[in-house]
Design a protein around this ligand. Structure first.
Ligand SMILES: Cc1ncc(COP(=O)(O)O)c(C=O)c1O
Length: 378
């Protein structure tokens, strides 16, 4: 049987990982500034993570949500504490798209309304409503087309106000990334997030903070929306939450009430997934990853800013991007093939850096030296 060929892949088979390095099947070492698409938060095969998951698997790996799973409560309590959202409620699922799907569905249940506002260049996932709220017609199948999603320009307070003043009573939710990831590392302005908060409150709509890529400490704060000093009604999360173990979730403000059967999942919140997520948060605390992301992120940004050939260096913490002028268009490819460094990209010419949150300045220097070398060769 062949694989369904949907991914343009690099011909590299990674067989081992440790911290911010991975090794291929020929023994070549790579520095990982991509984290498998912002997923690796505490480094590959972190010993505490491995011990915790292995220990859990030796006890029990899975049982469904028809029984008490104490690890879910432990995870909720730790997550509340670290994120500062102790009064929120946690619903667990398996991926980012699923988290957004549940967030938008919940907003619709809560308000009894159908319209969701999303923004240009947004990416929210590939399931039905999540993909409809994603600004990329190529990945929206005819069956996912809906008039219930409205796209407005990102960071445009006036247009948002105008839309609310005309249709505000039909709006179930506004869904917004604090920092657009797939769209190319674009920061939501503080004024924009504050106006989303104010309008959602005024019109009883739900503010959904898609924190799947920009959240979970990546920006140096637990949620990038925290930079605006606003509290969203629902935060969706996945990626770094399980450091590669599939787990996603939404946290829900206390005024949104559940009823039995409202949401559900077979796999979400299973013992093994919770053990992985608890281990991640324990490492967050032990290694002070929020502050590391902030400090090392600032160092990385300042080093990138010193390289004049890189344009529009931007981002927060360890979610950084820059544009590559045409004459250096091979930069990302050469970083991988000549210097063995993984980075991310956003079309047409942005390099995205999404490393583990416990990288250090030596890793940064390795990347910066490689970029400088590539640029000086031109
Ligand atoms: C902001 C954002 N939302 C949602 C998703 C979808 O997550 P998943 O691929 O886990 O479904 C992604 C994935 O890249 C994302 O970056």
């Amino acid at each position: 049987m062949n694989l369904f060929d949907v991914y343009p892949i690099n011909n590299i088979a990674v067989t081992k990982g440790e911290g911010s390095y991975v090794w291929d099947d020929k023994g070549q070492r790579y520095l990982d500034f991509y984290g498998g698409h912002a997923v690796i938060s505490i480094g590959h095969s972190h010993p505490h993570y491995v011990t915790k998951i292995t220990g859990q698997l030796n006890q029990i790996g899975f049982y469904s949500n028809s029984i008490v799973i104490p690890q879910q409560k432990e995870l909720a309590s730790k997550l509340g504490q670290i994120s500062g959202k102790e009064d929120y409620q946690l619903f667990l699922c398996n991926s980012g798209a699923e988290a957004n799907e549940n967030a938008m569905k919940l907003a619709s249940f809560h308000t009894g309304r159908k319209k969701v506002i999303a923004f240009e260049k947004a990416f929210h996932g590939r399931t039905s409503l999540a993909v409809s709220a994603t600004d990329n017609p190529k990945i929206i199948a005819p069956v996912n087309e809906t008039n219930n999603i409205v796209f407005l320009p990102f960071n445009d307070v006036l247009q948002l106000e105008q839309y609310f003043s005309e249709y505000g009573n039909e709006v179930a939710a506004v869904i917004v990334e604090g920092i657009q990831g797939v769209g190319g590392i674009h920061l939501a302005s503080i004024a924009f997030l504050k106006s989303i908060r104010a309008l959602c409150t005024q019109y009883n709509a739900v503010y959904i903070a898609d924190s799947i890529q920009c959240g979970y400490g990546r920006s140096g704060k637990f949620f990038s929306h925290d930079y605006a000093g606003v509290a969203a009604d629902i935060y969706s999360m996945a990626k770094g939450m399980g450091n590669g173990f599939p787990i996603g979730g939404i946290i829900i403000a206390p005024h949104i009430k559940p009823w039995h059967g409202m949401l559900g999942t077979t796999f979400g919140g299973n013992h093994l997934a919770c053990a992985a997520a608890i281990a991640v948060l324990e490492v967050f605390e032990d290694e002070r990853l929020l502050s590391n992301a902030s400090i090392v992120g600032a160092y990385l940004k300042s080093e990138l800013l010193k390289i004049n050939e890189l344009k529009n260096v931007r981002g927060e913490g360890l979610m950084l991007g820059f544009d590559v002028p045409e004459e250096y268009e091979q930069l990302r490819k050469n970083l991988l093939e000549q210097h063995f460094i993984f980075t991310g990209e956003a079309k047409p010419n942005t390099i995205r850096l999404l490393p583990a949150l416990n990288i250090n300045t030596t890793h940064v220097d390795e990347l910066i030296n490689a970029i400088r070398k590539e640029i000086s060769l031109k």
